[in-house]
Ligand binder design. Sequence first.
Ligand code: PEP
Ligand code: MG
Length: 568
Amino acid sequence: MNTTSSTTTTGPLQGVGVCPGRVVGPVRHMPPALAEPTAELRPLNDEEITVEVQRLKEAGATVAAALRARAESVSPEAAEVLAATALMATDSSLHKGARRLMRDGLSTERALWEAAAQVADTLTGLGGYMAERAADVLDVRSRILAQLRGVPAPGIPLAEGPFVLAAEDLAPADTAVLDPAHVLALITSQGGPQSHTAILARALGIPAVVAVPGLAGVLDGELVYVDGAAGVVTPDPPPELVGAAQAWQQKKGQLGVFDGAGVTADGHEVPLLANVGGAEDAVAAAAAGAQGVGLLRTEFCFLGHTTEPTVAEQTEKYRGVFAAFPGQKVVVRTLDAGADKPLPFLTDAAEPNPALGVRGLRTDRTSPGVLARQLEAIAAAAGAESAEVWVMAPMLSTPAEAQAFAALCAEHGLPTPGVMIEVPAAALTAPEILTEVAFASVGTNDLTQYVMAADRQLSALAEFNDPWQPALLRLVRTAADGAQATGKPLGVCGEAASDPALAVVLTGLGVTSLSMSPRSLAAVAAVLRTVTLDEAQQLARAALSASSAHTARQSVRDRLPELTRLGL
Ligand code: PEP
Ligand code: MG
């Protein structure tokens, strides 16, 4: 189904804002999906089938070549998505499946259709990260089908001027090639805060709102106002909203540059660090002025690997990150495999409840040795570079686990062991845990999903998965109080740290550093600089005592005029 419709919509549409920014522009809906090939039987002999499979392979190769060509002119992050999608276009399991179905009498197009659906079903069955790849397979299927039919490939519509792109949800290959010069904003009827659309919109800095109801009622070409912070899409905007968008255009330039110091108005320092997934990210983060790396998601270096990477392979990857931050802090998180990030060599795809299963540090119980070898690689990389390397374990629940992890780090000559606080039990026992290790960092993404008992991947539960939930803030305060009692640092490296208003609240709660997507550094720094530590503490108290996430957010935002001034 596409979002185009002949009915018109009035009044603001409330969705979930995933990337701030205010723009006004005409809507362009994604083109309608290609018609599904009919299922009627068209028996072919073996020779004809071979010719048809060859035609499929050639169409797939053309699609792959086109995707690779586009990969050359996009960001490294986007190029990686396109390269993965291109691989699927030439995947032999697709051709084998199609050949089998043609032998059953299906037409070439229908055989392709069903073979791709089977591959997508298999990926969905694997769950987590692999399940998200199912959308890539279906995207590739449409592209090959368009190639077979000789019609333009589905994807971002071409338009004369800049536009607001509306879609149900965007395929990774689409989002990967979005040109911010043409696409003013993204609005989707599906998706959640963790969807591809959301993640890539943030990486590209394109204002975006997901899970917008009633989007199908907005006409193609109709003017809309999009507020990516408030999550609002307003068709036929009144002059004051057009003015708000113009004001944002003028102000956003001020948010482009981070001068490299996180500090409150009265000089209380809160280092602003970057979340990275590998060397390329780290180089970009250093260029953006990050004061170090607060979270290296090492599992991102090895997603899709079916076997454990060697110590040498790991050492090289980690050195690439350390080299970008000579003399500065880099917090390396050990492999956080499981749930939405399965690694076939560590996690069991058949687990019934993977978010509560053997993930993160827990994989050391089922695959002993992998953690020790990773620490060996981190130590080797740390020895070869000058970065100040800290090591952190994910998904930890008890002080005993912290003690064992610290002992293992010591065995490998890694002097600064720490833990993620992303399980409520860890927040509640922070003093005991911090007695065992040198530091902790709150993972608000998981801590929110666990305290609210709401899967962070589900758009239907986005309301619960909100780091402004007072329950989450109270857990952060408990952890921060515990950290203060032991005199150990407590950072935050979940998405919450990227929200400038929440960054102020976290500072007021006693958090000592904030780690975020590099694009958020300048905005967080700008807002933090407008409050004293005492004011941040007052705002934290206001948020803690709010009755809901909505009132917590609103009461803090209302008292931070800089947000409005900067259009955040
Ligand atoms: C978190 O849970 O907040 C976190 C930073 O870890 P991840 O998002 O990688 O699970
Ligand atoms: Mg986490």
